[in-house]
Design a protein around this ligand. Structure first.
Ligand code: MTE
Length: 356
C-alpha cells in the first residue's frame, strides 16, 4: 500500500504536499471510486485532528454562534448521503501544459476527479440553526492546514456565495463510501460542494463564518482565479465547473493490436445540467459516433461511457466530446483555453494510439 492508504499504482505528483491521481484504468473500473484510488489534492501537510477534541465553530454574521462536536452534528441534525463527483480545477491540466508551459502547477491528467458516496448532514441545516443574517452574502470555510505555497503561508480558507452554501446539496461530511472519512480526505469533517471546483470542498473544517464579503484568504482571493490574458490582475473567481469529458482507456501513446478496441471514459455536466451524449471521432473530428453512456448515480455524479472501435493499422487519434442537456458542447482545442494557471480545461480529449 502507498502513502495515506492509497494504491501503489497511483500517479504521485508530489509527496509533500501529497498529490496523487488514480491511473485511468483504475478510475474507469468503478462508478463509485474506492477510497484507496480516490485522487488526493493538498496544499500543505495533512493535519491530524483528534475527533474527541475537535469542534466546529459557526460564527460571524449569525444570530446564534455555535460550537459543535461530531456527536452534536450527528445527534442534532438529519443525516443525509449522496454520490458526488469531486473535480479539481486543475483536472486535465496536462493537455494545457502540452500547448505551453504552466509554471508551478501540477500537470494533472484526467484523474484529478473521483466519485464517492459522502455522508453527513446538510450545511444549510446548520446555518439555518445558527441564523444567518440577511447581510451575510458569503460563507467562509476555514481549516488549520498551513500551505507553504500561499503568499504569505497561511491556513486554508475559501468561501462560497450564501445561496450556494444554503442549497440542500452542500454537505458537511464525516463518512466516505460508508466508512469514517479518512484523514487525508479531511477527517473528522469536510465540506462537499457538488459541481464546483474541488477547492471549495474544504477538508479538516474547523470554522464556518458568515461574512459580507468573500474570504480574503489566498486560495479565494489569489489562487483559483482564472487570470485574464491582459495585465488586469482581477481574474475570474472559479466556482461552478463546465461540462467536461475524458478518455480513460486506452492510454495516450498506447500500442495496440489491430481489431476491436474498447474505449472508455467519463463525462460530467455543469450545475443543473445533465450529459446528453458523448461521441468519439477517429478522423480528426469530421465523423462522430455515439458511445454508450451510463445512467448517473444522482444529479451530482459523473457518467462513465464506453464504445468499441475497429481501428485500422497506423497512427490513430481518438477524440471525444460531450453535449449537455442545454445543447452546449465542448471547445475543440486546448490551445483556445490555455491560461497561465492551467485551470478548468474542458477541451476535447485526444489519445494517440499506434495500431499494429
Ligand atoms: N481543504 C484543505 N483544508 N486544504 C486543501 O489543500 N484542497 C482542495 C480541497 N480542500 C484542500 C482542501 C482542493 S484544491 C481539492 S481539488 C479537494 O480538496 C481535493 O479533495 P481530496 O483530496 O479529498 O480529493
Amino acid at each position: 500500500m502507498g502513502m495515506w492508504g492509497k494504491r501503489d499504482d497511483m500517479v504521485v505528483h508530489g509527496q509533500e504536499p501529497f498529490n496523487a491521481e488514480p491511473p485511468g484504468a483504475v478510475l474507469a473500473g468503478a462508478a463509485v471510486t474506492p477510497v484507496d484510488a480516490f485522487y488526493s489534492r493538498n496544499h500543505g501537510p495533512v493535519p491530524r485532528l483528534d475527533p474527541a477534541d475537535w469542534r466546529l465553530v459557526v460564527d460571524g454574521l449569525v444570530t446564534r454562534p455555535l460550537l459543535l462536536s461530531l456527536d452534536d452534528l450527528r445527534s442534532r441534525f438529519d443525516a443525509t448521503e449522496a454520490t458526488v463527483t469531486l473535480q479539481c480545477a486543475g483536472n486535465r491540466r496536462a493537455d494545457l501544459t502540452a500547448v505551453r508551459a504552466v509554471t508551478g502547477e501540477t500537470p494533472w491528467g484526467p484523474g484529478a476527479l473521483s466519485t464517492a458516496r459522502f455522508g453527513g448532514t446538510r450545511l444549510a441545516d446548520v446555518l439555518v440553526h445558527a441564523g444567518v443574517a440577511p447581510e451575510a452574502a458569503h460563507i467562509a470555510f476555514h481549516a488549520p492546514d498551513v500551505s507553504p505555497s500561499a503568499d504569505p503561508p497561511q491556513p486554508y480558507e475559501v468561501s462560497v456565495p450564501r445561496d450556494r452554501a444554503l442549497a440542500p446539496d452542500v454537505l458537511l461530511a464525516w463518512t466516505m463510501n460508508g466508512a469514517p472519512l479518512p484523514t487525508v480526505h479531511g477527517a473528522p469533517l469536510r465540506v462537499v460542494v457538488p459541481g464546483w471546483i474541488g477547492a471549495r470542498s474544504v477538508k479538516w473544517l474547523t470554522r464556518v463564518t458568515a461574512r459580507t464579503t468573500p474570504s480574503d484568504g489566498y486560495f479565494q482571493a489569489t489562487a483559483y482565479r482564472l487570470p485574464p490574458a491582459g495585465r488586469d490582475t482581477e481574474g475570474v473567481t472559479l466556482g461552478p465547473l463546465p461540462l467536461n469529458c475524458a478518455v480513460l482507456t486506452p492510454y495516450d501513446g498506447a500500442v495496440l493490436p489491430r481489431g476491436p478496441v474498447e474505449v472508455t471514459g467519463y463525462a460530467l455536466a455543469g450545475e443543473g445540467r445533465t450529459v446528453a451524449r458523448v461521441e468519439v471521432s477517429t478522423d480528426g473530428g469530421r465523423a462522430w459516433s455515439r458511445t454508450a453512456l451510463d445512467e448517473p448515480d444522482g444529479p451530482e455524479a459523473w457518467q462513465r461511457w464506453r464504445t468499441t472501435l475497429d481501428l485500422p493499422a497506423g497512427d490513430v487519434h481518438v477524440l471525444a466530446r460531450a453535449w449537455d442537456s442545454s445543447g452546449t458542447g465542448m471547445p475543440e482545442s486546448p490551445a483556445s483555453l490555455w491560461n497561465p494557471k492551467g485551470y478548468v480545461n474542458n477541451a476535447w480529449p485526444r489519445v494517440r494510439l499506434r495500431v499494429r
